[in-house]
Write a protein that binds this ligand. Structure first.
Ligand code: MN
Length: 294
């Protein structure tokens, strides 16, 4: 006799919570919206931050992000419009343009700058911070520039265009695969009236961010520039319905379940490691970093 309670799994992940994001500025006065804030790091482990920026007035972006350090995690910058040049302490540099991305593993630490390569026009994109497992926080720093045509994309029969930055979607492998956290990062462009379903591993933390139009996720309307945190309800897929044309990021990953100690641009596991990081930074160890281009 079956005495188990009914534990039927929903077909699609529900929306657990909607988050609007916080208007702020960072670097040298760059205006942005911090969508994934520090209080959500535990819930959205392994993701530490998501910033969205979309500025037409150069005063809101021209200062960029002058020399600053990072240690202990990865940054993923995805540009939709505008150009940013990055330079690091090892003398590497690259230009990030519309539709392109940069995947940087800060690891043991580096100093870099991210500066606009334009004096007018729209600057739009995202920067995601992905945590590294404790065992990998001190790996040698590296980065990869991913030009627009190196980001795999496909279009579904319903006309939904999908760009796969990381992970896999509908059998298409993304530009980047990472062990441990197995991040999924896709940019989904939905025409009006279309539906898109994406597989998400059960147990992985996941969210969607609408940056144009609005979508419906399992009965919840997700308005423009809102993040929907998807419930960990055992469902293996998320389903987006677009009443109007919409563009949405879907991001998911396997949680690390390790302690998080953040002090500004440094993310370690303990306060002592943060103290050591500050000593290393003051001792000039970040300037001396050898940063590899992958
Ligand atoms: Mn940076």
């Amino acid at each position: 006799m079956n005495t188990q309670p009914d534990r039927s799994t929903p077909a699609f992940r529900a929306v657990e919570r909607l988050v609007r994001g916080v208007a702020t500025s960072d670097g040298a006065g760059v205006r942005l919206t911090r969508v994934l804030t520090q209080d959500l790091q535990r819930r959205l482990d392994p993701f530490l931050m998501l910033d969205a920026f979309r500025n037409e007035n150069p005063d809101d972006y021209i200062g960029g992000f002058p020399d600053h350090p990072h240690r202990g995690f990865e940054t993923v910058t995805y540009m939709l419009a505008g150009r940013m040049r990055h330079r690091d302490s090892a003398g590497n540099e690259g230009l990030l343009g519309p539709g392109g991305a940069q995947w940087m593993t800060a690891g043991s630490g580096l100093i870099h700058s991210e500066l606009p390569e334009q004096e007018a026009g729209l600057m739009e994109g995202f920067q995601l911070w992905l945590n590294l497992p404790a065992a990998d926080k001190m790996v040698a720093p590296s980065y990869r520039d991913i030009p627009p045509d190196s980001i795999p994309e496909f279009t579904t029969p319903a006309g939904v265009r999908v760009r796969v930055l990381a992970g896999a979607s509908h059998g298409v492998d993304g530009a980047v695969q990472r062990p441990h956290t197995e991040p999924l990062y896709i940019d989904v462009h939905l025409p009006a009236g279309s539906r898109f379903v994406q597989a998400i591993a059960p147990g992985h933390n996941a969210f969607a961010y609408t940056y144009r139009g609005q979508v419906d996720i399992a009965g919840t309307a997700v308005a423009d520039r809102h993040m929907a945190i998807l419930a960990n309800d055992g469902a293996g897929e998320v389903c987006l319905d677009a009443p109007e044309a919409a563009r949405v990021l879907i991001i998911a990953g396997r949680p690390l379940n390790e302690p998080i100690a953040q002090y500004g641009p440094f993310v370690m596991n303990t306060g002592e490691q943060i103290q050591q990081t500050l000593r290393d930074y003051q001792a000039g160890k970040f300037e001396a970093a050898v940063v590899q281009s992958l």
